[in-house]
Design a protein. Structure first.
Length: 440
């Protein structure tokens, strides 16, 4: 009989074995022999947070470059080999990290360990591959940012909310920086950040810890380290008053995006804020849906606060996006959102609301922890960002311990007008849009 997952009663504690090699590489092994599958992941502690103006987007571009071949592998051959063995392979870049992973039958674990070490050691960076991937990334930027309904307004929100910290630019980078970037920039980036001292490897699934350690030692331990990477010291100063901008574009609807500065992942206030965000905007029982979407004041009121492990390492943003139906006044929706937040500041959530969102967060977290890929991801990224190897095992207790008073205090502390940045999306005609000039 097929077993079903019961989030209410299942306690998904993760067994973790940690190793460190002389060249600085860290290894986490999370054994689970329930299925003959293993997830092998290589996490580099580098993302857009580590960039500077002039080379924004280089972290994401380099994610692409890692698939362009090495001494032993031709372009895209890495992925073809893994897929031929029944596995899947992918990668992603965030503000703080760049991650590569293969989910594969456990009998082929040594193959993926060898291939990952090969492309780290012998990556083939050529003018041709660099020029090709740069154009791929520029096309991706056009699709994700320029041509998406709220991509550019969201970029403006972050650029306005952050005055000093590198979270002010998008992970995909500014187009002008991508155009100006050189192969020499990539070579320097590779020397600095793609070294064992900046790597966390996680292996989750059907493998014994010592077997994983021996395989990683065989292929990675003799790769020389170039030493510790440069630290990020810049801190965003407290905001001292609302910032507001208008973004004009061809659109069928009016909308606003509001960002509130939030604490870093390692700050315990992040958990009351997660529950507050869920109470405001998650599901049809949420405050915003019941008060604004259901009666027709809004098409959508979304609240986005990235959950662990994607919560930013440094203080991030809670983003509220409100969209009104054609003909409805945007100002009325915006005022209704602020009034609802003020109500929570004054009265807090109800016991039933807190119980509901705790169950939602528990259900989501349990389902993540039941999957070996996400176990490895969660454990490694939380460790990279907070220094706590058992951070994943602390998520459920952290959510469960949150009180009504803590949620109310989080609303009062972080969802204030002085901590708020707002971008209003104003529809214009194609003719006016052309007069405003091109976007990139």
């Amino acid at each position: 009989m097929k077993q079903t997952l019961d989030p209410e009663n299942w306690n998904p504690a993760i067994g973790i074995k940690e190793y460190q090699f002389d060249n600085g590489l860290k290894l986490l092994v999370l054994p689970d022999n329930s299925m003959p599958i293993v997830s092998f992941q290589v996490h580099y502690a580098v993302g857009s947070r580590h960039e500077r103006q002039g080379i924004t987007g280089i972290s994401h571009l380099f994610e692409h470059m890692m698939f362009r071949g090495s001494k032993e592998l031709g372009p895209e051959e890495f992925a073809r080999i893994i897929q031929a063995k029944g596995g899947d392979v992918n990668a992603f870049t965030t503000h703080d990290t760049t991650s590569f992973f293969e989910n594969i039958p456990s009998e082929h674990l040594e193959l993926v360990v060898r291939l990952e070490a090969e492309r780290l050691r012998n990556l083939d960076l050529t003018p041709e591959s660099f020029a090709s991937e740069r154009e791929v990334v520029r096309s991706e930027r056009k699709l994700r940012s320029v041509d998406s309904p709220f991509g550019l307004p969201l970029e403006l929100l972050f650029a306005l909310a952050y005055t000093q910290h590198s979270y002010k630019w998008p992970v995909i980078g500014w187009d002008d920086d991508l155009v100006a970037m050189t192969l020499a920039d990539c070579l320097e980036f590779h020397r600095t950040y793609y070294n064992p001292a900046n790597i966390m490897v996680s292996v989750a699934g059907d493998v014994e810890p010592e077997t994983a350690r021996e395989l990683v030692a065989r292929y990675f331990s003799d790769i020389p380290s170039s030493g510790p990477v440069p630290a990020v010291y810049t801190k965003e100063p407290p905001q001292r008053g609302e910032r507001r901008a208008v973004f004009k574009k061809v659109s069928q609807v009016e909308a606003f995006l509001a960002g509130f500065h939030t604490p870093a992942l390692r700050d315990p206030d992040i958990y009351p804020l997660m529950l507050l965000a869920a109470a405001l905007g998650l599901g049809k029982a949420s405050r915003f849906y019941q008060k604004m979407v259901r009666p027709g004041l809004a098409i959508e009121v979304d609240v986005d606060l990235s959950p662990p492990p994607f919560t930013p390492q440094d203080p991030g943003l809670l983003v509220i996006t409100g969209i009104v139906p054609p003909g409805q006044p945007l100002a009325a929706l915006e005022e209704a959102v602020w009034e609802e937040i003020s109500r929570i500041k004054a009265d807090g959530l109800t016991t039933d609301e807190l119980t509901r969102v705790k169950k939602l967060m528990r259900s989501q977290t349990v389902r993540v922890l039941a999957n070996n890929f996400y176990r490895g991801l969660l454990t490694a990224l939380l460790y990279l960002k907070t220094g706590n190897v058992n951070g994943a095992n602390g998520l459920l207790p952290a959510y469960e311990s949150v009180t009504l008073e803590q949620v109310q205090q989080a609303a009062r502390t972080y969802l204030s007008e002085d901590n708020r940045t707002v971008v209003v999306v104003k529809p214009v005609s194609p003719e006016e849009n052309a007069i405003l000039g091109p976007v990139s």
